[in-house]
Design a protein around this ligand. Structure first.
Ligand SMILES: [Zn+2]
Length: 118
């Protein structure tokens, strides 16, 4: 089933912001991290993956968890079935969850006020 107008855009917006967040995690390595001194890309990527810096890992893990939540919401919206006893509440809750996922990015230039949780 197609998502209602604007929801596709919201899903894409949240997905793009989470991907950016995961990529920006690499900016938070500690100065003593052996990967920081290595030239990009080559061996640096491998060292960055296995380094012990806690912050990049925490940012990546959080982005991954939120991405999983986003995928779940998208599935609940796109695969809604009027014969399901949770319909139509479940897709409505999924839409609200999507809006909450988008809220931390409300200062982004692509943000739309229509996405505020209702
Ligand atoms: Zn590191």
């Amino acid at each position: 089933m197609r998502a209602k107008p604007g929801t596709d855009e919201l899903i894409a917006f949240v997905g793009a912001r989470l991907a950016e967040t995961a990529a920006q995690a690499e900016l938070f390595h500690e100065l003593a991290c052996p990967a920081v001194a290595l030239p990009e890309p080559g061996p640096r990527a491998a060292v960055l993956e296995g380094c012990a810096c806690p912050v990049p890992r925490e940012i990546r893990d959080r982005a991954l968890a939120l991405r999983s939540e986003l995928d779940d919401c998208e599935h609940r919206i796109r695969c809604q079935d009027p014969r399901d006893p949770t319909w139509p509440l479940d897709p409505v809750f999924a839409e609200q969850t999507l809006r909450v996922l988008a809220l931390p990015f409300e200062l982004h230039h692509q943000w739309q006020d229509a996405w505020l949780p209702g």
